[in-house]
Design a protein around this ligand. Structure first.
Ligand SMILES: [Zn+2]
Length: 240
């Protein structure tokens, strides 16, 4: 199995798309986007049609990739993907939101999800897991890893966002960082962890991100730093 998040690579100051960007709906030139995708496919040893990237909308929709080629229309308004197919790379784009990679290596079911604050509050992680179980995965075997995303020190939010986490049953003492003034911060990876624990994923099967997208602008795209018209980090999972 392969699970990766891309780094920007060659960054040109002032060019918000410079480096590796495979996202087709945030304003980059399509020739650049397709060039990056082809390069990644070559690296993974797959055909272009086996790299599946949805158009994300901060929805809670999960698609099951069950055939190749996969109908592009089924990738609109989708924020998580699940597959049992080998040699098919499922991917999602992020720039500060949490990329979640899921794998049940025993039953050979994988998933990937985009969990921003809306997706996290709406439990996209548990929706992805539920779809994996429908595809044959078992809860006790599912491992989850979080890719580069915004850290608690960087993620300042409005009180209306905090309210969403409180109203939707998150443990505020761990997720809401009230010591930041005047506005609170949210620890998004911690919130993702809570949403996984509450459905029965084992804590030892959850891996936290190793770095922050906003703290490392030369390695990763950050919407907080660059604005939404910028490239994205691609997080990919594929099984042999
Ligand atoms: Zn940070």
């Amino acid at each position: 199995m392969v699970a990766i998040s891309t780094c920007r690579g060659c960054v040109v100051e002032g060019d918000n798309y410079s480096g590796f960007n495979a996202c087709h709906y945030t304003g980059d030139d399509m020739a650049h986007v397709e060039g990056c995708r082809k390069e990644l496919c070559k690296e993974l040893g797959i055909n272009r049609e086996s790299l599946i990237i949805p158009r994300q909308t901060h929805s809670l929709n999960v698609a099951v990739v069950d055939t190749i080629p996969f109908d592009a229309e089924k990738l609109e308004n989708i924020d998580a993907l699940v597959t049992t197919l080998s040699g098919v790379a499922i991917a999602i784009n992020t720039a500060d939101c949490v990329p979640l990679v899921f794998a049940d290596e025993v039953n050979k079911v994988i998933g990937v999800a985009h969990s921003g604050w809306k997706g996290t509050v709406g439990r996209i992680a548990s929706k992805t897991v539920a779809k994996m179980i429908q595809c044959g995965a078992s809860l006790s075997h599912i491992k989850v890893a979080m890719g580069p995303c915004i850290c608690g020190d960087c993620f300042e939010v409005g009180h209306e966002v905090v309210e969403q986490f409180v109203n939707n049953g998150f443990d505020s003492s761990q997720v809401i960082l009230n010591h930041y003034q005047p506005r609170p911060h949210i620890d998004l990876p911690q919130a993702c962890r809570q949403s996984l624990i509450e459905i029965g994923i084992r804590d030892e099967n959850i891996q936290f991100p190793t770095c922050c997208s906003r703290c490392n602008p030369h390695e990763f795209f950050s919407a907080r730093r660059l604005g939404i018209n910028s490239g994205r980090t691609l997080t990919v999972v594929m099984q042999d």
